[in-house]
Design a protein around this ligand. Structure first.
Ligand code: NAD
Length: 290
């Protein structure tokens, strides 16, 4: 396929490289001037979008997605598959889809989970929103860049699924960190608690796959001085998106709101650049009054 790829950052660069390595002709653009092995360089987003069968975006925010779509929607040929893999707010995703549909393009929002490791290895999970036909056209690209894709519904449904999943993750990681911090103060061995929780009703991904205690459970960022992994500020971004979506739809998400407040305090208090599981040492050094 002839593919335009806009946003060649930590995630976009390895995704574009994998598409090129699989034999697709990829033309990329990033405002930073980033170049990627096997990917031709365009001089603008509009040039990257012109004459392609698919245009993929991997950008930091909904506002940037909107400004990029203002340039690329008029440039893209009718029928082009417009695949946005950025994590953005549901409203921006729906606006981008409406603009693309009005211009006769085929939009699919498809945010990912799996992080930079998954992007490099081509093992991402895609959560997609759009028409059946759009999803079917995107699947061969998902199969190159990822290991799994789920069609969640119409425009914006991919973003909705992503922020709901990450709200669970943020809340569950804080719960797990609180339990291990409490265990430490009670003199309970962390490895013993891991054995119990990982086989009992408290079992969840934050314990069994990503245990925040160094030296306990499978290898995780805790074993690498909490280098990300999934950076705390990205978790804060996703919890902010969940909070916005909850406010816009009048949904009660009290723990999601509290999780966002805690990640906000953690990021502001030195957590920026650390893995989101470094919530554990941050909590462990506090008493009940902070
Ligand atoms: P990043 O900041 O490394 O990359 C974003 C890129 O977009 C940058 O290279 C930037 O120069 C480029 N950019 C900004 N404005 C642009 C414009 N107007 N035109 C062209 N390029 C522009 O971020 P990332 O880690 O690659 O994340 C990208 C998206 O994926 C984000 O929405 C993020 O939330 C999401 N995401 C990231 C991870 C992760 O672990 N890094 C995991 C899942 C999802």
């Amino acid at each position: 396929m002839e593919i335009g790829f806009i946003g060649l950052g930590n995630m976009g660069a390895p995704m574009a490289r994998n598409l090129a390595a699989a034999g697709h002709r990829v033309t990329g653009f990033d405002v930073s001037g980033a170049a990627v092995e096997g990917v031709a360089k365009a001089a603008s987003a509009a040039e990257a979008a012109t004459g392609r069968e698919a245009v993929i975006t991997m950008l930091p925010s909904g506002a940037i997605l909107g400004s990029v779509y203002a340039e690329i929607v008029p440039a893209a040929a009718p029928g082009t598959l417009m695949l946005d893999c950025s994590t953005v707010d549901v409203a921006s995703a729906r606006d981008a889809a409406t603009a693309a549909t009005s211009a006769g393009l085929e939009p699919v929002d498809a945010p990912v989970s799996g992080g930079t490791g998954g992007a490099s290895a081509g093992t991402l999970t895609f959560m997609a929103g759009g028409s059946e036909a759009g999803f079917a056209r995107a699947v061969p690209l998902f199969e190159v860049m990822g290991a799994r894709s789920v069609h969640c519904g119409g425009p914006g449904a991919g973003q909705a699924a992503k922020i709901c999943n990450n709200m669970v993750l943020g809340i569950s990681m804080i719960g797990v960190c609180e339990a291990f911090a409490l265990a430490g103060k009670l003199g309970l061995d962390a490895a013993a608690l891991y054995e119990v929780i990982s086989t009992s009703s408290g079992q969840c991904w934050s314990v069994t796959t990503y245990c925040p205690v160094p030296g306990v459970g499978p290898e995780s960022p805790a074993d690498r001085d909490y280098r990300p992994g999934f950076a705390a500020e990205l978790m804060l971004k996703d919890l902010g998106l969940a909070r916005e979506a909850a406010a816009a739809s009048d949904a009660a998400t009290p723990l999601g709101t509290h999780a966002a407040e805690l990640y906000d305090a953690f990021v502001a208090g030195g957590g920026r650049g650390q893995d989101f599981s470094a919530m554990l040492p941050w909590l462990a050094k506090q008493g009940r009054d902070g």
